[in-house]
Design a protein around this ligand. Structure first.
Ligand SMILES: C[S@@+](CC[C@H](N)C(=O)[O-])C[C@H]1O[C@@H](n2cnc3c(N)ncnc32)[C@H](O)[C@@H]1O
Length: 226
């Protein structure tokens, strides 16, 4: 795959009523990576499933969706979007508890984890309720991806959609810190830089952007002997 992509920002479907401003991943990004790293029939995991962009794209492409989501109403929204006969499973729970017993081994994971900056003290893994520090957050990232690693088939690919975050003249290097911590549990294979075009990718609350016009997809692999 190219290490630099230019994509049009946007979403295929509207969100359920009352959720219009929620952050979600552009379908075009997910599809690009699923086409590259999976074949029809492969199992696709998203441990931070949100409203199901990855899982719905997987189903549309003939892959089998497996997901975890912390918010009960989002789990319901995903199940609604997927319908009944996708062959996978969507669990309500925390990705921090994920292990290899939850699902059959997955071939690919594409996920957009919750973000954190140096300046907040709320816990992203409890949807910004409860306290956390940035250091705790990075520990939780490593723990969550240790669970992801255990849920992957040998040789499976894990793609993590992240950004650095600019607030005024301060930048939280989240993408680089996540790369560092996930590398503790999966082999880092490099990053793809996504340059975003079109409306919606602005430095606007609730949208992608966070002070930059690009994001990163970090690509990891589970070793074939693990
Ligand atoms: C950036 S959003 C994912 C958006 C998703 N890719 C989409 O397009 O809808 C991160 C998601 O992680 C969920 N989340 C937060 N903490 C979690 C946890 N401990 N376990 C699982 N999901 C969690 C949030 O509720 C949110 O839906």
């Amino acid at each position: 795959m190219d290490t630099h992509l230019t994509l049009e920002f946007g979403h295929r479907d509207p969100l359920p009523a009352g959720h219009a401003d929620e952050v979600r991943t552009p379908d075009v990004l997910v599809e690009r990576f699923l086409r590259k790293y999976t074949d029809p029939g492969d199992r696709v995991l998203d441990p931070f499933a949100g409203f199901g962009t990855t899982l719905v794209a997987a189903d549309r492409l003939g892959r089998v969706p497996f997901g975890v989501e912390y918010e009960r109403d989002r789990v319901a929204a995903i199940r609604d979007r997927l319908g009944g006969d996708h062959g996978g499973e969507i669990r309500h729970g925390s990705a921090l508890d994920l292990d290899g017993s939850w699902f059959p081994p997955c071939d690919c994971c594409f996920t957009s984890p919750p973000f954190m900056t140096h300046s907040i003290d709320l816990n992203p893994f409890e949807n910004y309720e409860g306290e956390s520090t940035y250091a705790d957050y990075l520990d939780d990232i490593e723990a969550a991806f240790r669970g992801v690693a255990s849920a992957m088939a040998p040789g499976g690919t894990v793609v993590v959609d992240v950004v650095n975050l600019r607030e005024g003249d301060h930048v939280t290097p989240l993408a680089f810190d996540v790369a560092d911590r996930v590398s503790e549990v999966l082999r880092f294979d490099g990053e793809v830089v996504i340059e975003w075009e079109g409306d919606g990718y602005e430095d606007t609350p609730g949208c992608y952007g966070y002070g930059f016009d690009h994001s990163y997809c970090l690509v990891f692999e589970k070793g074939s002997s693990e």
